[in-house]
Each structure stands twice: as C-alpha cells, then as structure tokens.
Design a protein around this ligand. Structure first.
Ligand code: ADQ
Length: 655
C-alpha cells in the first residue's frame, strides 16, 4: 500500500479552503471518496490522478492532478471546471445581491439518498466494472474531529425546551459518525426526582479554580460515558437549588451571569484537564457554544487562551437557538467575567436611546451573545430561514447589523429529531402504536387522550393541540384571542405548557369556561407531550418567531398535521398544502399562515378542519406525507460536518 497525500479544492470560490487528506491505496485503481456529500471519483495511472467530482445525481466536473499533491492545472479547477463543479454542487448555495454578486454561501440540504460513512478511513471494494477492466475499490474518508458542546441543558439530564433536545441528540449522532464528542453542562440538583438523571455520573476527582466575580471558585467535574458521548457535568453549589436551570417560581435567578460564567470557564478547561477514557481531548477541538449561556467560550478562546498559544488549533462555532435571550447585564459586571480588561469592547453593548430607563442612563451594558458573535469562528442557527431573519431589523433583536457583518460565516441548519424517542410505532408513552402503513392506532390514541383529559369521547371531533413554553415568542396571545371564535365550531383543544403566569392563569380559567372543549395542562410533562402529539389531529404553532421548532417535526412524524405561522424554521419545515399540485393528488404536509393575525390563523385552522371532516383521503395523504419526511439528525449532521470543515480550513477568526 502506498501513502498518497492528496490536495484538492473543496469548494469553488473559497479558494482558501484547500483541504488535505491522507489515504492509502494501490495505484491503477479507480477510487471513489465520499466527501461533503459529493462523490470524488479518482483514477490513478502512471503517477497521474484524475478526480471526477459528482453530486448525487451523478453529474459533476473533472480535473487532473498529480499524485504528489500538486495540481497540474489549478486554474482548471477554479476556472471552467470549477464553474462546472459549482453548478452541480448540492452543498453550497449562493445568495446574490441586486447586482448579481455573491454575498454569502449557504448550505443546501442534500437531496436524494446520501451514502453515510460510519467508518473512518475504511476501504471498501466497489463492484467491479467489467468493461473497464480494472479492479474497483471504494474508499470512504471522513475527517473526524474532537467536538465539545457547551450548553445550559442537554436531555435527558436537563431540559426545559428545544435546546435540551438538540444538545441531547446531535452529539450522539456525531459520535456515531466517528467524531469524539464531549458535552459540557451543569450538574443541576433541584431536590426532586429529576436528580436521579445524574445518578450514573461519577466524580472525576478533578478540581479546577475559576477566577471570576472577584474571587476564586472551585468547580468539580462529573462524567458519564453514554451512547458514545462523554457527558461532562460541571459541579458547583450554585447549580444545586430548587427550580429549573434558569429560575424558580419567583422568576429568573439573579446570579445567572455568574452560573454560566462558571460553566464557560470550566468548559474551556475540560478538554485540557480531563483524561476521559484515559486521555484528554487536547487543544485541537471544535467548541460548539449554544446560546448566550455558552457565549463566553469563544470570547475566552480569543482573549485568554490563543494569545498564549493554547487552543491555537481549536475553533469555535456559536449556535443560536434563540436570539431573544442574550445575557445582558450592567456594564460594571464586566469585571466579574474573568476576561482581560482590553477585551471590554467585544462585550460592550449600548442600548438605543429609546430603550434606556431615564435621561441620565448611558445605556451601557455587557452582552454575552454579542461577545460570542464578535469572536466566534463561525455562527450557525437552527434553520436557513432564521439565519436570514436575524440579519433583519425585525428579527435581529438589535444584533442584526453585527450579524449582517458576519454573514459570510453565518449558516442555517435545520434541526433533526431523535427518531427513536419520537417513534409512533414504538413510543413507550402512548397506549397504541401505529405507522404510515397502518394508522388505526392513531385513532385509538385520540380516544385515549380524550378519556385521560376528561373530554367528551368523540372520534370525529377535530382535536387541536399546542405544546410549548408559555412565552411571548410562542404567540399564546393569538390563541387566547382566537379561542372564543374557534369554539363556535365543534372542536376540542388541548394545551400543555408552563411559563408566563398570565397565560397559565388564562389556561386554567379557559378550562372552566369551555369544559367540553378545552383542557389546559399547566406544567412540564414529557409523557403527556407524547400523548398529545399522538392523539391530536392538528398541532397549532402561531409562533411570533421560531428559530427552528421541534414540535411541528414531532407532529408530522406522528401524523398530526401542523398549522403554523410562516416564520423561521416553521416555514422551512412545513410544506403548505396545495390540493391541486401533484397531478391533482395534492402536495404538502400542513398549513402555513401569514400574516400573524387572529384572522389568518383562524382561516388556516378552518381550512384544516374542513379538510379533516370532508376530505378524508386527502387528510390521510397529508398525514402520511408528513410521517414519511426525513427529519433524522443524519441529514443535519452531514451539514454540520461541512461547517466543521470550513472552519478548520480557515485560520481562527481575529476580531
Ligand atoms: N410543558 C411541556 N411539557 C413537556 N415538553 C415540553 C413542554 N414545553 C415544551 N416542551 C418540549 O420542549 C421542546 C420545545 O422545543 P421547541 O423547539 O419547540 O422550542 P424552544 O423554544 O424551547 O427551543 C428553541 O431552540 C430550539 C432548538 O434549536 C428551536 O427549535 C426553537 O425554535 C427555539 O425557540 C419540545 O421537545 C417540546 O415537546
């Protein structure tokens, strides 16, 4: 076996992105590599390498190179042939401005079947092509990374919403694809049965001292290796108190800036000091900082580590799950964060005049998410639509100009879902199982839900559900205003959620007013959320903004048709029903309404209800199309890997 170092340009117009891979093969073989969703077919003869890059439809470009790693005609790659490659590219899309100039590149989900390589550097024989007279081999290479997720929550250990779902499932899928993955989150103990979630995590007996908030804090690390992932829990007394990760019945904790500062400092030390499975992750890793709670990680890398040579090969990716929360505190708290004084500018945030409390208020603050946007090597958000929305005045929450300035490194990747936890054919939380081939179990789930909730048992009565945090973001006010008109019709509605006390109170009151039609379950209950998802016919999501949204994905998987506001990830994932498309058989997986008004929401709901009642076969086709959609994390993971590659091919970002 010879060893060959092969250098090729991975993406047209990103000429800095030269990636080098080392592989072994025998000469005179035709080889194919799976690389970033493309098949790179290489023929090696007489020391000459021909690379044919094809997309999954079999189209592609071709260029020649020499086996010593040089390219015989680099212009051919970036020139005519590169143009050809660009046309066929399934992973890169382009946004152009009015003049036609490319202003940013973005990921396009690969269509069709993607061959997924789960083995590193494995050589697999390809079927022999008789007519070519050469022995065939298929080599699938994949660059693997050390990945460190930093997050305030990760299911099943801790979860208040979608962040927990994502940080509980994406790491497992990435680990399954060969990466070494660590998830760092706090070890919350709140004195309830939830504490047992951490029971299997053992104390690593490794303490570090964090200098912040004018003193020294000792933190410990607990660890559990499960599903191929190193789950690391940062332990400190401030994580041990009643309530959820962010607050209790009195509201948000007053020391959250302190608690998450500790998390970030500890997360930056973890790869250096924890010998997990016998050896540390080391300084060459990719940090994935999720939301503002982990936002200090990229700032610390840039300000505290890299200037001294540590983590010079590491990269940071900020993932924005919700721009509405930024970790803003008074400017005087900067001193507490354990950052060098000269980095204040990265965290500085000045409120616009209209947002200040009084005439003498200078509006000065520190904004952790802003610091992360300024310093991260790349920025991701959880859908392509939201990636654009956050660069607009309407969706940018004051950070739109900053985000626009970093648009070249900003991408959107739609979340996947844990399809084993959310599987109507095996879900442990529902009484009857079903699938797209046999929907009968779903009707039984509906009856069981009506019974459990004490609603009249009516198999034909359309049942609408809502699950989520009772927050301004989720458009609960719209539901509240639309309910009286909606209940002029014979429908049932069940809501599950907790959050804003005014909405909790309204849900309780609505139950007494509409005894036969409405149930409002105040609280956080995962089994009930599964039973609502399975038992309802329609899931309503009138979110004001929605970075991705997971409940509509769960709903579609369970044959529950989503009716959603056309925003962010909801617009990206729910295909609006069109009865005339598909040669009259209809297309789409739900209804998307816009604008965000009570009238347009009710109109969409009425259309859905009418379809449910009067067009049974159309309704079943809608259900099945949703159930058969691919929402697996594998699709998203491939796109994450592309972003890892981009970020590692470029030097660390220097703000
Ligand atoms: N009372 C309750 N009982 C049981 N389960 C409950 C519940 N309330 C919510 N959940 C669960 O929490 C999750 C909520 O996920 P979402 O993505 O819909 O919203 P969230 O706004 O929290 O997440 C943010 O991050 C995610 C992840 O990136 C983005 O999808 C989203 O748009 C963004 O706002 C779902 O699994 C849901 O079932």
């Amino acid at each position: 076996m010879e060893s060959l170092q092969l250098t090729y340009i991975t993406s047209y117009k990103l000429s800095a992105n030269i990636s080098t891979k080392v592989c072994s093969f025998r000469p005179s073989r035709r080889l194919s590599f799976l690389h970033s969703g493309h098949r790179l077919r290489k023929s090696f003869r007489n020391g000459r390498l021909t690379v044919v890059r094809s997309d999954l439809t079999g189209n592609g470009g071709e260029f020649d190179g020499l086996a010593d790693g040089s390219n015989s005609n680099p212009d051919a790659v970036e020139g005519e042939e590169g143009e050809e490659m660009e046309k066929q590219d399934v992973m890169l899309g382009k946004d152009r401005d009015d003049s036609g100039s490319v202003i940013t590149l973005h990921l396009i989900p690969p269509s069709g079947e993607v061959a997924i390589d789960s083995h590193q550097d494995e050589v697999v024989a390809e079927p022999k092509h008789e007519d070519e007279g050469v022995e065939e081999e298929k080599i699938q290479t994949k660059v693997t990374y050390n990945i460190v997720f930093v997050t305030a929550e990760a299911a099943p250990y801790s979860k208040t919403g979608g962040l927990g779902d994502v940080c509980g499932s994406l790491p497992v899928v990435l680990a399954g694809r060969g990466h070494r993955v660590m998830v760092v989150s706090p070890r919350y103990l709140n004195g309830t049965s939830a504490d047992k979630n951490f029971a299997s995590a053992i104390d690593l007996d490794r303490r570090i001292t964090v200098h912040c908030f004018g003193g020294e804090q000792e933190v410990a690390f607990f660890h559990e290796y499960k599903k191929g992932v190193d789950w690391v829990f940062v332990d400190h007394p401030s994580y041990h108190r009643p309530g959820n990760p962010y607050g209790d019945i009195h509201g948000a904790f007053g020391d959250n800036q302190f608690r998450f500062t500790l998390l970030c400092h500890a997360a930056c030390e973890a790869p250096l000091v924890l010998p997990l499975g016998g050896y540390t992750y080391g300084g060459k890793c990719i940090f994935i900082a999720n939301d503002w709670h982990a936002g200090l990680v990229p700032v610390l890398l840039a300000s505290k580590y890299r200037p001294y040579g540590t983590y010079k090969d590491a990269r940071s990716i900020l993932v924005i799950h919700n721009l509405g929360h930024q970790g803003v505190e008074p400017a005087s708290t900067y001193m507490n964060l354990g950052l060098p004084l000269e980095w204040y500018g990265a965290m500085e945030w000045v409120f616009p005049t209209w947002a200040r409390t009084h005439a003498l208020d200078p509006g000065e603050a520190v904004n952790v998410l802003k610091g992360a946007i300024v310093t991260a090597d790349r920025i991701l958000t959880v859908s392509k639509g939201y990636a654009w929305e956050i660069t607009t005045v309407e969706g940018g929450y004051g950070l739109n100009e900053l985000l626009s300035s970093r648009r070249i490194v900003l991408n959107g990747i739609v979340n996947g879902i844990d399809v084993s936890e959310w599987d109507p054919s095996s879900d442990e939380h529902i009484g009857f199982h079903y699938s797209a081939d046999d929907l009968s179990g779903k009707a039984q789930c509906k009856l069981a839900l009506q019974k459990e909730l004490g609603l009249p048992i009516k198999p034909e009565c359309p049942m609408i559900g809502f699950i989520g945090r009772l927050d301004y973001q989720k458009g609960i006010d719209l539901i509240r205003s639309g309910i009286p008109e909606l209940f002029e019709d014979d429908v049932q509605f069940v809501m599950l959620g907790s959050g804003d006390p005014q909405y909790e109170d309204w849900m309780r009151a609505a139950e007494t007013i509409y005894r036969d039609k409405f149930r409002g379950w105040v609280g956080f209950n995962i089994p009930i959320s599964h039973r609502i998802t399975a038992g309802c016919d329609i899931l309503l999501m009138p979110s004001r903004y929605e970075p991705c949204g997971l409940n509509q994905l769960y709903a579609m998987r369970y044959g529950t048709v989503p009716v959603v506001h056309a925003t962010g990830g909801l617009r990206d994932t729910v295909e609006n029903f069109s009865p005339y498309a598909g040669d009259g058989s209809g297309e789409g997986t739900g209804w998307t309404f816009s604008p965000l008004t009570k009238e347009s929401m009710l109109e969409a709901l009425r259309t859905a209800i009418m379809t449910y009642r009067d067009h049974k076969s159309t309704w079943e086709a809608l259900m099945r199309r949703g159930m058969l959609r691919d929402f697996t994390w594998e699709t998203a993971a491939i796109q994450y890997e592309q972003v890892f590659e981009w970020t590692c091919n470029n030097p660390p970002y220097i703000p």
